[in-house]
Design a protein around this ligand. Structure first.
Ligand SMILES: Nc1ncnc2c1ncn2[C@@H]1O[C@H](COP(=O)(O)OP(=O)(O)OP(=O)(O)O)[C@@H](O)[C@H]1O
Length: 504
């Protein structure tokens, strides 16, 4: 370990040291001091000071100093103390650090041990920024849920995909609510091989995501009309519990059905209700529009929940009521299975675009939001955990966000979103927020229960194929220009005319 400076001031939570002029450090480097063992911290800012030069120095004086090789600048590094290193863990430190204590760059072996866990516990997600040190997160640390927060395009779904890959390697059951069909390609590797036979895509008859055999077998998630009760049907038709009038009419229809209790029976019975039919007509028209979701079989829990299975529910293109109903139906069934211990093993629920499913109270309630809140509050007792993903941290129910005790935060430049992030958890400090705008795509701050101390990580490459990446405008424009050239090519024009008119 080489000494890089001396402490010149310290308080309980931070210290400053003067840097040896021959040394070079960067923000987020880890440094150590020794007092009753190793105390580790990270450089949060570096300041250059000079007795001769200040903001009033004019150009001529500065030029003279440079020409005469006069340089009295000193670099002062400000460090956030993270804790005492004890058995490869980081514990709160209560030691006083004396002025003059030597400061060292932390040893990379020590960092490697701090950022790793034993194999059974560890999910390998990337490398410590600007280094070759592997960073893992602790699967036990996910018990109190995870939030993945970032602005659009920063790498949220890429990161979630990496965590899902690691989870299914460990035998975890994962359910993904996928509003844009971004995860449906996870059955395959980049070179089109099967990644894992236990990856299943469920598509509702009304999903609009465009993909074909490249995702493997696609299962249709359907509902048997006879399996629905009044409450389910009101949910599908977006009839709020508080609209007693309309819920009463749905009950009436149910009570008067005399046939098969199927969709046709329901509609026929509704028509026979006279005045009430007119009152509920709009909602029935909606039901008619989406009748494709009904089939003679309901997709059951055994189809989408089994050990090590990744089930992706493609909700692309569905309107908000229908997406809400399908998502609720699955989560509610899974929650019941966990609550009653019918399914013993841990389940992770990945909620993409979480602000759509669980908006803040003042923006209205969704059925899925209610069950997500329940999982956030109590899921850990029954072994059901959340990975909540959003680019709008201020537009999601704040209770759910604050129940997430681990955070993965990628690039965020918008001050309102930064504020929402800082309010969401005590482990997120001003220092972390300051770093967010300068992160590149795929670089993330990890903080909270699943790591021993905060760090910035370059998230590793995906083993599975990703969807939803930005379109490649340049290559599409190249194709467009080729098409224009071919339209104007006299030989091609002749060929086309010949095809059209034959040999005249
Ligand atoms: N760690 C990474 N390594 C390599 N490429 C990455 C990484 N993270 C993200 N990318 C790439 O950056 C692009 C955007 O990533 P991604 O789709 O995950 O962002 P997002 O935050 O989910 O965006 P959106 O909000 O639009 O869904 C993708 O092309 C993805 O492959």
């Amino acid at each position: 370990m080489s000494e890089i400076g001396y402490v010149i001031s310290s308080s309980g939570d931070d210290l400053s040291f003067v840097l040896n002029p021959g040394e070079n450090v960067r923000r987020w480097d880890y440094v150590s001091v020794f007092n009753n063992g190793e105390i580790i911290g990270r450089i949060i800012s570096i300041e250059s000071r000079s007795q001769l030069v200040d903001l009033n120095t004019d150009y001529k004086s500065m030029k003279r100093y440079i020409e005469n090789n006069i340089n009295d600048s000193t670099n002062i590094c400000h460090v956030q103390i993270l804790g005492h290193v004890v058995n490869d863990n980081v514990r709160n430190s209560r030691e006083i650090i004396n002025i003059g204590t030597p400061v060292y760059l932390s040893n990379s072996d020590t960092l490697s041990r701090i950022f790793s866990f034993n194999d059974e516990e560890s999910l390998k997600i990337g490398k410590l920024m600007d280094s070759n040190i592997d960073v893992s997160i602790n699967i036990n640390g996910l018990r109190r849920h995870v939030a993945i927060l970032a602005q659009t395009g920063a790498g949220k779904s890429h990161t979630a995909g990496v965590i899902i890959e690691e989870l299914i390697k460990k035998g975890v059951s994962v359910i993904v609510l996928d509003p844009h069909a971004d995860y449906v390609f996870m059955k395959k590797t980049h070179d089109d091989k099967i990644y894992n036979e236990n990856v299943m895509v469920f598509r509702t008859p009304m999903s609009t995501g465009r993909y074909g055999s490249e995702v493997g077998i696609v299962n249709t998630f359907t509902i048997r009309f006879q399996d629905l009760n009044q409450e389910d049907l009101c949910g599908i038709m977006d009839i709020n519990e508080s609209w007693a009038n309309l819920t009463g009419i749905v009950n009436d229809i149910f009570d008067n059905m005399k046939g098969q209790h199927d969709y046709d029976d329901f509609m026929e019975t509704a028509k026979s209700l006279g005045e009430n039919y007119n009152k509920i007509r709009n909602r029935l028209r909606y039901l008619e529009k989406i009748k494709g979701v009904f089939s003679n079989k309901s997709t059951g829990i055994n189809d989408y929940l089994s050990p090590g299975r990744l089930s992706i529910l493609d909700l692309s293109g569905l309107d908000e009521y229908l997406a809400d109903y399908f998502a609720w139906r699955i989560l509610n069934t899974v929650y019941d299975a966990k609550f009653s211990n019918d399914f013993k093993y841990p389940v992770f629920v990945v909620v993409e675009e979480a602000h759509r499913f669980v908006p803040p109270r003042e923006r209205g309630r969704t059925k899925t939001g209610e069950i997500i809140k329940k999982i956030a509050a109590e899921g850990r007792k029954f072994g059901i955990f959340l990975i909540v993903i959003t680019q709008r941290p201020g537009k999601i129910d704040q209770d759910v966000l604050s129940q997430c005790n681990s955070q993965i935060i990628l690039r965020i430049t918008n001050p309102a979103d930064q504020n929402a992030v800082i309010n969401s958890s005590e482990s997120i400090t001003e220092y972390i927020i300051e770093d967010l705008p300068s992160l590149d795509i795929g670089e993330a701050v990890l903080t909270g229960e699943f790591v021993k101390m905060p760090c910035i990580v370059k998230i590793r490459n995906r083993e599975t194929r990703a969807g939803g990446s930005d379109i490649d405008i340049i290559s599409l424009l190249r194709m467009a220009r080729d098409e224009i050239d071919s339209m104007n090519d006299p030989r091609k024009i002749k060929e086309r005319n010949k095809k059209l008119l034959g040999d005249l």
